[in-house]
Design a protein around this ligand. Structure first.
Ligand code: ATP
Ligand code: MG
Length: 369
């Protein structure tokens, strides 16, 4: 079978049929993860990660960190990737990648990631992932990479930069991240599904083309989360690059000052109207994430207090809600040698697994000398 024999629509995770199939697999997976006996038998291994483009923010805490800790605490083996090579997919230099990496690690540990149970590692420390990417590039066409909706979205977000080869092939690199450590579970939001679909296709194609039909790679499943996308202070999705967020590592004063300077609108009475008042709506939503209220309930509570009262509420909710995380984070950040050691050990573990995978791949390609 050539790779072009597959129906290209199978890879279009935005198509309804493909989304429904992913969703069904994800629901089964959720059920397995919640059942202590079933999850013990399933041999699951999670791979997740973040790009070290800057400090992690509230969006990461609610959308990813919490569920990673919950999965780890269920005894499921977890690998967490500091995707440092993916920083240069959409910018010219990595910036202070070392500082960002240690900060990210401090946030992971403060949130409850336990380095004895979860392996935190960096791309740049595991060259075998780069070599696996080369092998996997032989299994994809340029047409399917060009129509990947996530690549298109990421390109659109880079303000007219030309599409680099690294951004175009980023789903293949991600397949190497996942399959390199034999990840079987990839927690993602719907927007990231095309990458998981691409990885599944690469696993299937590798098995049929190079492994004589043996199931050497297990096709990983997306674990879909229904958590809302956390908005930033400007109403758009909170993101490190956009600078519209509240980072987990900010002090209480920095948080207050960031919120004080944020734009609102001139209407005095606070109401929850996301379409016409995006900044106010975001502030209400973030407050509600911490207090457990619905955004319209927060709005009703503030009423005629206006933007000043809204900002006071938001500042208090964030600073109270993050106080314990920040105290643990500060302690960890004060001990960079410890953080370096955690990363060093994670890198060693990930390297061992990925090198073994690469050797197996070379065997099947006939490249072993
Ligand atoms: P960058 O701006 O550099 O792309 P980012 O803040 O968007 O950084 P990523 O590293 O791209 O963060 O995302 C890491 C993970 O966190 C992804 O799974 C992403 O979906 C999730 N995530 C990031 N921001 C948010 C948010 N505001 N709400 C929910 N999830 C988020
Ligand atoms: Mg992003």
């Amino acid at each position: 079978m050539t790779i072009l024999d597959e129906n290209p629509r199978d890879l279009d995770a935005h198509s309804d049929a493909s989304y429904a199939a992913s969703r069904a697999r994800s629901q089964t997976l959720h059920a397995v993860i919640d059942d202590p006996q079933a999850r013990g038998r399933a041999g699951l291994r999670v791979l997740t990660g973040d790009r070290p483009t800057g400090p992690l923010h509230i969006g990461h805490l609610f959308a990813t960190l919490g569920s990673r800790v919950a999965i780890q605490d269920k005894g499921i083996e977890s690998y967490i990737l500091v995707a440092d090579y993916q920083v240069i997919t959409d910018r010219d230099s990595v910036g202070d990648v070392h500082g960002a990496t240690l900060g990210q690690l401090a946030d992971y540990l403060a949130a409850g990631i336990d380095p004895a149970r979860s392996t935190v590692f960096a791309h740049s420390a595991v060259p075998a992932i780069g070599q696996l990417t080369l092998a996997f590039l032989s299994l994809v066409t340029d047409a399917e990479l060009r129509r990947n909706p996530t690549v298109k979205d990421e390109l659109a977000a880079t303000d007219g930069r030309p599409l680099s080869g690294l951004l175009l092939t980023y789903p293949v690199h991600q397949a190497a991240d996942i399959l390199g450590v034999h990840g079987t579970v990839v927690p993602v939001g719907r927007d990231q599904l095309p990458h998981v679909e691409q990885t599944r296709a690469i696993a299937r194609r590798f098995n049929s083309r190079y492994a004589g039909g043996e199931e050497y790679f297990r096709a990983p499943d997306a674990l879909l989360t229904d958590l809302p996308v956390v908005p930033g202070l400007d109403g758009a999705k909170m993101s490190t690059s956009r600078g519209n967020g509240i980072s987990l590592g900010m002090t209480a004063d920095e948080t207050a000052s960031r919120i004080r300077k944020a734009r609102t609108d001139s209407e005095r009475r606070i109401s929850f109207e996301p379409d016409t008042r995006p900044e106010v709506a975001s502030m209400l939503r973030i407050t509600g994430l911490f207090t457990g209220e619905r955004p319209d309930e927060v709005a009703a509570r503030i009423g005629d207090g206006g933007a000043a009262a809204l900002k006071r509420e938001l500042t208090m909710a964030v600073n109270d809600g993050l106080a314990a995380h920040r105290a643990r984070r500060a302690e960890l950040a004060a001990d960079p040698e410890y953080l370096e050691e955690v990363l060093r050990q994670g890198n060693v573990r990930a390297r061992e697994v990925a090198v073994r995978t690469l050797e197996d791949v070379h065997d099947r390609l006939g490249l072993r000398l």
